[in-house]
Write a protein that binds this ligand. Structure first.
Ligand code: A4P
Ligand code: MG
Length: 332
């Protein structure tokens, strides 16, 4: 028998809908989310870390409502449910999206859609591993009981790129993955995939005792919350989250290759990583400073005026929205 935490009447402005005027002017959406989870351990220890942090979840929901517009409230509800399930304590969720100002010809008090979703496993939703990967999975989980440094790279080149990146941080944080440092944001020329727009990239330093595959599941949940749909390899995306390193773990599994197989040649990973860790070493490849000298930094522009906020950080530095014209300084 599970317990319930309810978030009721969260109001946020969004631009969701099929009509042009809905995209232009926006309207209020009201969200209810019921989270099913076991709160017994948290209650016994009186420890927030053992339950769902409803404040953090409410922040994520508001970010999604205010973020990339979608046509259907069904789609919005699905993204909100995914964000709730990214908290590993949450086993099941019911999300209601109210659209009281929906443009319908009859006079109505409210239009709402309610969906119910369950975590893929008792603890964490995540991508399924291919058949026959059990042995590899066991390897990837080795050492899971001790905390180790994790380096993540995030990138976006579709929609409101800063909102997508911030949402990525918000969904990734917590539940066993502690974000410690976020680099500056870099505007970068797209690598691979013709005819797509520039990316915003950043690197996150984190620590975690989670098995690498659980961290990958959190990456997938963050991508899903930002509305990522996998279409073209190396194609444009609202949010891409890659694990660059997970301690000194190595894996050749295509589902989770560690270190990331292309990190050594990607200036859009190396430059922000070097910024936050001048002594960084990419296992198997050597010092990041040397790798960056080899790749060079053309096509990489630091955007100091764009700032990402570590979830829970009390420094008051909010997410900067993207100003219109390009004003970023060149990266050496
Ligand atoms: N996967 C395996 N290892 C990892 C890992 N270490 N971290 C698997 C994350 N995922 C890993 O990724 C495909 C599969 O890789 C996943 O199912 C996961 O199980 P994807 O994100 O679905 O597909 P993708 O991103 O289109 O392909 P790929 O090969 O992962 O591309 P990348 O390496 O993510 O590169 N240019 C600029 N300037 N900035 C960018 O951020 N990003 C890309 C995407 C291309 N060009 C870019 C940028
Ligand atoms: Mg990727």
């Amino acid at each position: 028998m599970l317990d319930r935490i309810s978030i009721v009447g969260l109001r946020a402005r969004g631009r969701h809908g099929v009509f042009e005027h809905e995209r232009m002017t926006g309207q209020d959406f009201v969200i209810d989310a019921v989270l099913w989870l076991d709160t017994a351990a948290a209650a016994a220890a009186d420890d927030l870390g053992l339950t769902a942090d409803y404040g953090a979840i409410a922040d994520r929901l508001a970010t999604i409502v205010g973020g990339e517009p979608v046509a259907l409230i069904e789609t919005l509800a699905d993204r909100l449910a995914t964000a709730c399930l990214a908290d590993p304590a949450v086993q099941e969720v019911e999300v209601t999206v109210h659209k009281p100002q929906a443009p319908v010809s009859q006079q109505v008090a409210d239009i709402a859609v309610t969906i119910r979703r369950r975590a893929a496993s008792p603890t964490q939703p995540g991508p399924a591993l291919p058949e026959g990967d059990e042995e590899q999975t066991a390897d990837a989980s080795a050492g899971a009981d001790r905390e180790r440094p994790v380096v993540l790279a995030i990138g976006s080149n579709l929609g409101d790129r800063m909102t997508n990146l911030q949402l990525g941080l918000d969904v990734l944080a917590g539940g066993g993955l502690t974000l410690r440092t976020v680099s500056s944001v870099y505007e970068t020329d797209p690598v691979g995939g013709e005819g797509q727009g520039d990316y915003l990239n950043a690197v996150l330093l984190a620590v975690s005792a989670l098995p690498a595959r659980d961290i990958l599941a959190r990456c997938a949940a963050a991508e899903a919350a930002a509305g990522r749909v996998r279409t073209v390899r190396w194609g444009p995306r609202t949010l891409d989250v890659d694990i660059i390193t997970c301690g000194d773990e190595t894996s050749a599994d295509p589902t989770l290759t560690l270190p990331h197989p292309l990190a050594h040649e990607r200036a859009f990973v190396l430059a922000p990583w070097l910024e936050v860790d001048p002594h960084a070493v990419l296992p198997g490849w050597g010092p990041v400073a040397r790798l960056l000298t080899a790749t060079g930094t053309s096509g990489i522009r630091r955007r100091p005026e764009l700032r990402l906020r570590l979830p829970g950080a009390a420094d008051g530095a909010g997410t900067s929205t993207e100003p219109g014209p390009e004003v970023g300084s060149s990266c050496k």
